[in-house]
Design a protein around this ligand. Structure first.
Ligand code: PEP
Ligand code: MN
Length: 275
C-alpha cells in the first residue's frame, strides 16, 4: 500500500483515546458483555459478573444488525435505558452500537463509546455525522474491507472533526467455513506500522465459536492489540443472538487474569523495558 497521508497516519506517536479514566493506546482495555441487551436481569447480572472478573467496560447491543428482518432486532430505546441502569449499578462505561445517523444523539445519551458495526463501516453518511458526535467511535472492520479501506473509513470520522477513533478487528470473510470469520491478527501489527490509532480485537465475532475465544484473545494480546471486545452471556445457549460464540461469566473470569498476565509479561519483555 502506498504510504498513507492521513490524519490517523503513524509518525507523531500513538494516539491515546481517553474514556472514563481509561486510555486506549496506553492501557490494555477489556470490553465485555452480551451480544444483545435482552432484559434488565440479563444485562445487570452480566455487568456485575464481568466487572467482578476485571472487565473495564460493558458492551451490549440495543440496536442489532441481524441477517433476517424476522430475527430479534434488539430492544432499541428500552435497551439503552437498561444499559444506563447497568452503568449506574457497576460504574462500567458503556460501548453500544449506533446503526443509524438519526440515532446518534439518543445513543450518545447512554454510551461512552459509539460502536460502528462491520456492516456499516462504509456507511459514509453515518461516519461523517459521527465527526460531530461528542463521543469516541469504535470502528469495526468491514468483513470485506482491506486495511486501506478501513483506515479511510476512520479518516471520514477524523476529518469530520472527531479525533477519538478506536479500530476493532472482528474477522473477515474467507473460504473457511469452520469458523464464522477468519480473525486477521496480522492486521494488528500492520495497523500499528502505518497508523497511530489504537486497535482492539473481537475474538467472538472473529471466530463465532466460544471454544476459540480464549486462544485468540491470548494471540491478540501477543500480536500487540490495545484491548479486547468479548461477548459474555450468563446462559449462552439461551441467548437471543450469537449463541455459539458467547462465553460464560465463569470462562471470562478465567480468561481475564491469563490475558493480563500475558500483557504484563510482554510489556516487561519489550526492548528497552526496565528489569
Ligand atoms: C457486535 O459487536 O455486536 C456486532 C454486531 O459485531 P459486528 O458488527 O462485528 O458483526
Ligand atoms: Mn454479536
Amino acid at each position: 500500500m502506498k504510504r498513507l497521508k492521513l490524519g490517523g497516519a503513524a509518525g507523531a506517536g500513538r494516539r491515546i483515546v481517553e474514556v472514563g479514566g481509561l486510555a486506549f493506546g496506553r492501557d490494555f482495555i477489556i470490553i465485555a458483555g452480551p451480544c444483545a441487551v435482552e432484559s434488565e436481569e440479563q444485562t445487570l447480572r452480566t455487568a456485575r459478573l464481568v466487572k467482578e472478573a476485571g472487565a473495564d467496560m460493558l458492551r451490549g447491543g440495543a440496536f442489532k444488525p441481524r441477517l433476517s428482518p424476522y430475527d430479534f432486532q434488539g430492544l432499541g430505546a428500552a435497551g439503552l435505558k437498561i444499559l444506563k441502569a447497568a452503568k449506574k449499578a457497576t460504574g462500567l462505561p458503556i460501548v453500544t452500537e449506533v446503526m443509524d445517523a438519526r440515532h446518534i444523539d439518543e445513543v450518545s445519551a447512554c454510551a461512552d463509546i459509539l460502536q460502528v458495526g462491520s456492516r456499516n463501516m462504509q456507511n459514509y453518511t453515518l461516519l461523517k455525522e459521527l465527526g460531530n458526535a461528542g463521543r469516541p467511535v469504535l470502528l469495526k472492520r468491514g468483513m470485506n474491507a482491506t486495511l486501506e479501506e478501513w483506515l479511510h473509513a476512520a479518516e471520514y470520522i477524523l476529518s469530520a472533526g472527531n479525533p477519538r477513533v478506536i479500530l476493532c478487528e472482528r474477522g473477515i470473510r474467507t473460504f473457511e467455513t469452520y469458523t464464522r470469520n477468519t480473525l486477521d491478527l496480522s492486521i494488528v501489527p500492520a495497523v500499528r506500522e502505518i497508523s497511530s490509532l489504537p486497535v482492539i480485537v473481537d475474538p467472538s465475532h472473529g471466530t463465532g465459536k466460544a471454544s476459540l475465544v480464549r486462544p485468540m484473545s491470548l494471540a491478540a494480546a501477543a500480536a500487540g492489540a490495545d484491548g479486547l471486545l468479548v461477548e459474555v452471556h450468563p446462559r449462552p445457549a439461551k441467548a437471543a443472538s450469537d449463541r455459539g460464540q458467547q462465553i460464560t461469566p465463569r470462562a471470562f473470569a478465567d480468561l481475564v487474569p491469563a490475558v493480563r498476565n500475558l500483557v504484563a509479561h510482554l510489556k516487561a519483555a519489550r526492548p528497552g523495558a526496565r528489569p
